[in-house]
Design a protein around this ligand. Structure first.
Ligand code: HSE
Length: 428
């Protein structure tokens, strides 16, 4: 277990300050929500806040930003000595360079940027710890549920050995809609975009990249491992059919877009993608855009959190609490984080055989699969469900490469739509 090292160079802040002066990087969806929240009257606000400058890409500004002074010059964000920098640009650059410069100048930074943390978290957090400057990122994972900072300050409670999470609201919403209402994946995605629940370019969400980046943030926090996002075995949701959700129920579970990981001193196994969860799994009932996280601690207890994971408003609330904490709370002990590689775990599989491949009888199928080392534990008959002619079954744990070989050896395997998603046990 990693031993936390206390950051000793932190200089306590001035508790008598009359107001908190913010420099806000970015006035997109999150930045605008932060600006709106700063301008809202709030009787219980501990200290008044003011945005002294906002960095924008172009000078065009909507009416909601009328009272926010802005600049297109990145170097101008340090003019007027802001108390805290709020990074809401998203992406890697110029966010990384500006955060490093803020730390160099001793200015606390708050960000919700999981890409930045997944790709450059080590560099930024090391720089912040060396300088004794707070760098807070509570809103980067499950934005509306403040848990990262709490665990960071409580190292004994943080002795976790595995986790499973639904950390992407967009894909949980799409998969829930496919389950409850049926319909075509692309239609459900288009409806999510119309309702503002999916980005105009949804690639990072539906391909699992956003979830893999958030998993890297979680692994840093709970496993004290620096795993790069591209090392996480990642699958998207675009191959799911509404029929898979119905048949998953028939087989005793449901399909959810998850991140899952477990670790020991020697290794980390992790993946991001759709998974079959038994119906008694702690996260199986989470619907819509809700997020959830289930942690297993070394004492054998399960700790669970659910709540809003996305949305400008929920993110802005957490960002502004980070601002307050960055000025009034002593930073949490810095973790000693080791670089690590991550392998895909050996899991069971939920498999759909479609088209001509579905015509195989259960006995022949099981015998052919058994010959390749794949054990089937339960299955449906061939049927037409929500317009898809297929059969579905669940296997015992086996490596993906061996499953793929076995499936390819089935008659007509190349003709029909075959899908395989990992299964998780209820205690994961
Ligand atoms: N696109 C992300 C989601 C936003 O849907 O969860 C919050 O990180």
């Amino acid at each position: 277990m990693t031993i936390p090292q206390l950051v000793s160079s932190f200089v306590p802040c001035d508790r008598t300050r009359p107001e908190i002066r913010l420099a806000l990087l970015g006035l997109g969806r999150v930045g605008s929500a932060v600006a709106a929240l700063v301008h809202e009257p709030f009787a219980g606000r501990p200290v008044p806040m003011r945005i002294i400058t906002a960095l924008v890409r172009t000078e065009r500004r909507g009416p909601s930003h009328a009272s926010t002074p802005s600049t297109t010059d990145p170097s101008a964000i340090f003019d007027g000595d802001p108390d805290v920098i709020v990074e809401a640009l998203g992406g890697l650059e110029p966010a990384r360079t500006l955060v490093l410069e803020a730390i160099r100048r001793g200015i606390p930074v708050v960000t919700a940027n999981k890409s930045l943390l997944a790709h450059h978290g080590g560099e930024l957090l090391d720089a912040a710890a060396r300088a004794g400057v707070p760098l807070r990122y509570e809103a980067s994972v499950i934005a509306g549920v403040p848990f990262l900072g709490m665990f960071a300050r409580r190292p004994y409670a943080s002795r976790i050995h595995s986790l499973c999470g639904l950390v992407n609201g967009t894909t949980n919403y799409i998969v829930s809609e496919l389950d409850v209402r049926g319909g075509d994946y692309l239609d459900v995605l288009a409806e999510a975009q119309r309702r503002g629940l999916a980005e105009p370019d949804p690639t990072k969400d539906v391909d699992g990249i956003d979830a893999a980046e958030k998993l890297c943030v979680l692994l840093r926090q709970f496993a004290a491992r620096a795993v790069r996002p591209e090392q996480i075995a990642t699958t998207g949701i675009s191959r799911l059919h509404a029929a898979d959700l119905v048949q998953a129920r028939e087989l005793g579970g449901t399909i959810k877009p998850v991140v899952a990981a477990q670790w020991s001193e020697a290794s980390v196994t992790a993946f991001a993608g759709p998974a079959f969860l038994p119906s008694n799994h702690a996260l199986a009932r989470l619907q819509g855009a809700a997020n959830g996280l289930s942690l297993r601690d070394v004492e054998g207890h399960r700790l669970c959190f659910t709540g809003p994971g996305a949305g400008p408003r929920a993110t802005a609330v957490t960002v502004l609490d980070d601002v307050v904490e960055s000025l009034y709370e002593t930073p949490a002990p810095a973790l000693t984080v080791r670089p690590a590689s991550s392998a895909a775990p050996e899991t069971g599989w939920f498999v759909r055989l479609g088209g001509a491949a579905a015509t195989i009888g259960a006995r022949e199928r099981d015998a052919l699969l058994e010959r390749e080392g794949v054990g089937v534990t339960r299955s449906t008959d061939r049927r037409t469900c929500r317009g898809l002619d297929a059969q579905w079954f669940v296997t015992r744990p086996i490596e993906q490469s061996r499953l793929d070989l076995a499936l390819r050896a089935l008659p007509h395997a190349h003709t029909g739509p075959i899908l395989s998603v990992r299964t998780l046990d209820a205690d994961v």
